[in-house]
Unconditional design. Sequence first.
Lengths: 175, 257
Amino acid sequence: MITIALVVLSALALLYLIRLAKGQAIAPRLNDNLAESIRFVDVEAFRNLIDPDEEEYLRSKLHPAVFRKIQRERLRAAAEYILCAAHNAAVLLSLAEAARSSPDPEVTAMAEKLIANAIRLRLYAFQAIPRIYISMVLPAGRPSPVRVADRYEQMTRQVVLLGLQYPMPGVSNSL
Amino acid sequence: MTSLSQVWHWLWFTHTGLHGLLFGLLVWRRFYKDFPIFFAYTGFASLQTAVVLVMNYAPAVSGQQYYVVYVASTTVLTALSFGVVYELLTHLLRDYPALRSLGTRFFRWAAIILVGIALVLAWFAPAGGGDHLMSVVFLLTRTVDLLLCGLLVLLFVFPRYFHLSWQNYACGIALGLGVLASADLAAFAIRSQIEPVTRNLSEDMLDVVTQGATLCSVLIWTAYVVRPQRRSHAQVSSLPFHDLETWNQELERLLHQ
């Protein structure tokens, strides 16, 4: 039984490696449609969704059953926001990777900062998403993805600065 | 000699020759500068496969001598393959300082967990077969291949999540090693259970798989080495406008907002 499982696992690993390597080999090209892949993320709305004071206010004003339902919806929306921000970070990472090879040291430095922030955002998202889902199941636990919002704002500022060097129509406006 | 036996022997001859060719290409491309462990791995693999091939046909060499050399050289090669994984990880994280600490910790824990899984599997599915020494060797090989395969999959998954770009060469090295490790894992998982005292059809089939996988991985490495080096990330298609004066003005304006 274990032998069969190992054979199946190795076959799956092989297929997965080939698929991933194929994805790595085919480089996406940056084009004018880059802005279309950036999703709108309203940082203020996200802050509101994860604001503990707001949560306390709703808890005091609503019936417990209604509050739990609304709170679950709020957390679900917060998770969506984080996923969008993480997606944007991935797109911006591609942009920054291309800009990193620029001969201009200022653009290169800006791209390096953007890469670092985009990576951190994806890392925070990776940590925050499970915590949000746990909070949806166990309302006693509180997610603290405020850092994600801070990081996103910081990253957005850097994109605006980078956009001045590498004009990408619509990218900064989409954030 | 059955036709399957002929097939795996021809595969063996072919990848032995190609190993030498690949090593020559690596010397020519000066791989010892960027990938010293992979360079050592390929050099040692070229030597090992050639020596074992010669020993297989030399009448003066006994079966015991052959297996001692085979086991000893496979141990060194296995150690080098883990070194290659470490080298690939170092290469990947080199350009991303923000990920260095996390990446190192992640792979350390992944290795510990994979070792645990491999040991549990070795405990619950011990090797069968008539030859005790070779059964133990096959079981150890299976355990090591499981660890190697898991690390290689994670080596692809980790940068994939963070949307990091890989050097072309690094990607090829990882893919070749992954093909080799996954095929070996399947073959040695079966072999550790059915290893007979005398050769039979299933043995020949497994040899076709392992020799074929080795040939495939050498071909993958050769193809990647021959291809020009490039990063697998997007390129800016048109040159952007540069205006330092405007840049400074906009920066000032932004900072004062």
